[in-house]
Design a protein around this ligand. Structure first.
Ligand code: PMM
Length: 287
């Protein structure tokens, strides 16, 4: 008999940025971002992840004031519409404003490394904290995609996430509020990403829920490269992504961060029909 499993939470991406690699510019205006968020909710997103800073390789950082102006109005509206909202930010000031506006999660791709105030701020907030594995900002991260220690990328990421957990605990954030993410594509090449995806039980053994963001990323484009070696375009990677998402589901991840919510929910619907699923997380368990 297959083991009972629970459908991962589906975190729908709403990038309120002019320059994200996957959907840059499409939802840069607040009204467009809110409409997109509502559409993702309708398609079955459990959480909406609102970001105002592009983390693409080579990206330059926005001013704090610009990041706030991008995300706060969108969070306010989507939270008021009943969505469980996450803010994708590396800045304490933005995290605090986002939670005040109704966000229930702080998704920090730097795991507290980019802003020395972040972990203390999170300790004072009533929010789940997603700590992603990260080494450097987008303008420099490619230089840091080296994992020479014993155990390679998997051991390296586990060790560095463990160090983040220690810092998070030291700041006074309870373990029950923490989710870990291997940070696919962040200071990682395609091979690193595949190795991490193959090692999800090792990440889960750290003792925290795991979030995975593979959607539209370059390693999928490279997998599907044409005969001339050029990566498959960003919006033609979804079928391969769904295979990754189903793999994640069978490995009991807590959540998947995706652009195409409808496709992800469709894939889960089939998986739920094939294997006895325990009931979906309740709204209280969702955050
Ligand atoms: N990837 C991106 C942005 N935020 N957050 C988490 N927790 N995990 C990720 O993998 C992640 C993230 C970059 O992708 P995008 O430009 O498509 O948003």
């Amino acid at each position: 008999m297959p083991q009972p499993w629970q459908r991962p939470r589906v975190m729908g991406v709403v990038n309120v940025t002019p320059d994200s690699f996957s959907d840059g510019g499409r939802y840069a205006a607040p009204e467009a971002a809110v409409a997109h968020g509502l559409r993702l909710l309708d398609e079955g997103a459990d959480i909406l992840d609102i970001g105002g800073e592009s983390t693409r390789p080579g990206a330059t950082r926005p001013l704090v004031a610009d990041e706030l102006a991008r995300v706060v109005p969108v969070i306010t509206e989507l939270a008021a519409a009943g969505a469980v909202v996450s803010v994708d930010t590396m800045r304490a000031e933005v995290a605090e404003a986002a939670v005040a506006a109704g966000a229930a999660l702080v998704n920090d791709v730097s795991g507290g490394l980019a802003d020395p105030r972040m972990l203390d701020a999170v300790a004072g907030l009533d929010a789940t904290y997603v700590a992603m594995h990260w080494r450097a900002h987008g303008d420099r991260m490619a230089q840091f995609a080296t994992y020479d220690g014993p155990g390679g990328v998997v051991q390296g990421v586990c060790d560095e996430l463990t160090a983040r957990v220690e810092a998070i605990r030291a700041a006074g954030v309870d373990d029950s509020r923490v989710v870990l993410d291997p940070g696919l594509g962040f200071a990682k090449n395609a091979e690193h990403n595949w190795q991490l995806l193959s090692a999800l039980p090792r990440l889960r053994a750290l003792g925290f829920p795991v979030l995975v963001g593979a959607s539209r990323k370059t390693f999928l484009g490279r997998l599907l490269a044409g005969p001339d070696g050029s990566p498959r375009p960003v919006d033609e990677r979804e079928h391969a992504h769904l295979a990754v998402v189903l793999h994640c589901a069978r490995q009991s991840v807590w959540g998947v961060r995706v652009h195409d919510v409808r496709a992800t929910r469709d894939a889960f619907a089939a998986l739920e029909r094939l294997h006895d699923a325990i009931p979906d997380p309740t709204p209280e368990e969702m955050r």
